[in-house]
Design a protein around this ligand. Sequence first.
Ligand code: NAD
Ligand code: LMR
Length: 333
Amino acid sequence: MYATRMFTRGFASSAVSRGAKVAVVGAGGGIGQPLSLLLKLNPAVERLALYDIVGTPGVAADLSHINTKAVVTGHKGQEQIGEALKDSNIIVIPAGVPRKPGMTRQDLFNTNAGIVRDIAEATVKYAPKAHVLIISNPVNSTVPIFAEVLKRNGVFDPKRVFGVTTLDVVRASTFVGQVKNSDPTKINVHVVGGHSGVTILPLLSQTGIKFTQEEIEALTKRIQFGGDEVVKAKDGAGSATLSMAQAGARFTNSLLRALGGEKGIVEPTFVYSDVARKDGVEWFSTNVELSTDGVGKIHPLGSLSDYEQTLYKAAVPELIKNIEAGVSFVAKN
Ligand code: NAD
Ligand code: LMR
């Protein structure tokens, strides 16, 4: 293990207001490195543990020279995952393979399902009370996989498992800002559903902005398939990493603030939810008010236009299929 200084005391998961421990799993990767950089700059982070199967000692040594409070430790290989996860308030997981052109996120299932299951097993063993933020694709399946492992070990708490869908919201603000020639930081789009293609539902009718039907259809398609734009432009070198790092750091920071007692912090995230349960969907992203427990109040869908209702109907069977794939993977493995 690489450590910048020795610790003399431990922190329980309730000690967030005094400074949190955040672990990044997959910290040596395209998302992991810039995400770890952004977390190192966050004054709410007291300990930052970087875990990967390769490369983490170097990344940790590099980041540790930045003069911010967070003490960075690097952990490499299965035998060091325990020390990385132990005492974590938050574990952020961008571990696994990214897409290449021509692939769907679901095509990553065969490789990433096993990776996420193993990280879940380690979480059960070393940090069962941590809040877990899953970035690894396909999110619609990896989140249920993680939860099923926690369930079969009797430590599942639906308030502590999050699929990170923040990038869809970040993209939606950017793309709407471009079309309307306005400041994207002031634009908030409620993006609901899941995190792939037709399961991503931007509710543009709730923005209060006037769009033509042509704009709505073009924007919806661009938000649903924004990830493909980056995969195509990177031409075989992977998918979104820098924008994802920013989105992941934003979500982690929002959760840290809420765990520290701040009220009124709302982020869309893919959680165990009643919102679409009447249609058979157990995991669904809507705006969620974060709390000292993690998930606080889960917001409803709100009103949908006729067009958005059609999108919702298309998303439901795909979501059910993706979630079921995750559940049955754990049942068989
Ligand atoms: P990458 O290949 O650059 O990095 C992945 C890292 O995971 C590598 O360093 C690798 O060594 C590590 N890894 C592999 N197996 C591991 C294990 N068992 N334990 C710990 N680490 C392990 O990929 P990337 O571009 O950083 O993308 C990572 C994942 O994030 C992909 O699945 C990608 O599809 C997904 N992603 C999700 C979103 C989202 O919005 N949720 C956005 C972008 C990318
Ligand atoms: C994204 O939305 O950019 C990520 O899910 C990565 C991908 O495969 O598109």
